[in-house]
Design a protein around this ligand. Sequence first.
Ligand code: SF4
Ligand code: SF4
Length: 75
Amino acid sequence: MISHPLPGKIPRIDPARCRACRRCPARDVCRSKALRALDPGEPPWVDGNRCYGCLACVPVCPFGAIDVGELSGQR
Ligand code: SF4
Ligand code: SF4
């Protein structure tokens, strides 16, 4: 049976830095729709079941709110 490899790094949103932008460019670049947000005005979060660890979202946030340091490799 072929198993789906877990991504090496799952980013997380730092709520202290996130400004809950009306249009989040990091959500726009995520091809797997792993950056989720329920309501406008609330910071998004990373859905570990969808994220494949490409890290494309990290440099896109203009406020440096997407972090891969502490939680690398965790789900
Ligand atoms: S992650 Fe960055 S771009 Fe997205 S809502 Fe938060 S501050 Fe804005
Ligand atoms: S690392 Fe890639 S898949 Fe995961 S949330 Fe960021 S852009 Fe989406």
